[in-house]
Design a protein around this ligand. Structure first.
Ligand SMILES: Nc1nc2c(ncn2[C@@H]2O[C@H](COP(=O)(O)OP(=O)(O)O)[C@@H](O)[C@H]2O)c(=O)[nH]1
Ligand SMILES: [Mg+2]
Length: 265
């Protein structure tokens, strides 16, 4: 099969970035599931980012890092938010492709290969650069499901990002592309719109969503919805102020962020 239309979109090696805040009971089972999903498929590493947890998370991660060769741990001294944790993990990552995953076990690592397949599909547009999980059957309480549905509808109408579920923790994208995006608290919920702003596209892939069985949620309606309204205005502004130049002449060969292998780390 040819890859004429995919613009180098072959996921040859992957860094799985997992942001966590007080998720002690979820770490070991999830690391096992990530390994089971990826071992034998492609070279990969797992980068856990502990956002200043105050439970057993640092101790468990330190112990596991000694036993699991492909596990790297990054720790923030003080909690700085989920987006900052993802950004620290992406910076520390050593492979050109990044998969993100919530650390509470609600995302199933067995879905990562589905995201890879959707991205590598030759029939998709050449500018496709990101695969986003779409939790078609949410395993959350009614209030969370309702607030998420309202937020997704408002966001999709305001930003036109053609994505039914931007809050899903499961995403796959080139490291270089992420590092060119504006960084702010909660930016991880706006990745499809921010990627479009760079001239690339994303595809939504139906994925599983499991109930949380250990630990507790860090978000409620208030710390997500109200902040989300401010962020929505901010992202709409960012989108409006973007212009992507078409470079002419010798510099036209300059590699772009949309090409995962194109820049030195
Ligand atoms: N690093 C970091 N991770 C966070 C923070 N808040 C939540 N998370 C992680 O983000 C993921 C999703 O959070 P969760 O509380 O389950 O959100 P919900 O599923 O939307 O209710 C989990 O892995 C959390 O540990 C934070 O402030 N910093
Ligand atoms: Mg969760």
């Amino acid at each position: 099969m040819t890859r004429a239309n995919t613009g180098g979109r072959h996921v040859e090696a992957l860094s799985v970035v997992v942001p966590v805040l007080n998720e002690a009971g979820n770490i070991e089972p999830l690391v096992g599931e990530i390994r089971a999903a990826l071992e034998g498929r492609l070279p990969f590493e797992i980068v856990y980012v502990d956002d200043g947890s105050r439970d057993e998370t640092p101790a468990i991660l330190a112990r596991l890092a000694r036993a699991v060769p492909m596990l790297t741990v990054v720790r923030h001294r003080l909690a700085c938010g989920q987006s900052a944790a993802i950004a620290s993990g992406v910076r520390a990552a050593r492979y050109p492709w990044i998969a993100t995953l919530d650390g509470d076990g609600q995302n199933d690592p067995a879905d990562i290969p589905k995201l890879i397949a959707a991205l590598e599909d030759d029939a998709t547009p050449a500018t496709l650069r990101m695969a986003v999980g779409w939790r078609t059957r949410r395993n959350d309480d009614w209030l969370r499901r309702l607030s998420s549905r309202v937020a997704n509808a408002v966001r999709a109408a305001a930003l036109g990002d053609a994505t039914p579920d931007t809050g899903c923790g499961l995403k796959l994208f080139p490291r270089t592309l992420f590092l060119e995006l504006p960084q702010f608290d909660h930016m991880h919920r706006f990745l499809p719109a921010l990627v479009r702003r760079q001239g690339a596209l994303s595809v939504s892939v139906p994925v599983a969503h499991r109930a949380r069985t250990r630990g507790s949620s860090k978000y409620g309606v208030y710390n997500r919805l109200w902040v989300g309204i401010v962020d929505l205005a901010g992202v709409a502004w960012l989108k409006r102020r973007m212009c992507i130049p078409i470079i002419e002449g010798p510099c036209a060969e300059t590699p772009s962020a949309a090409d995962p292998g194109s820049k030195e780390k």
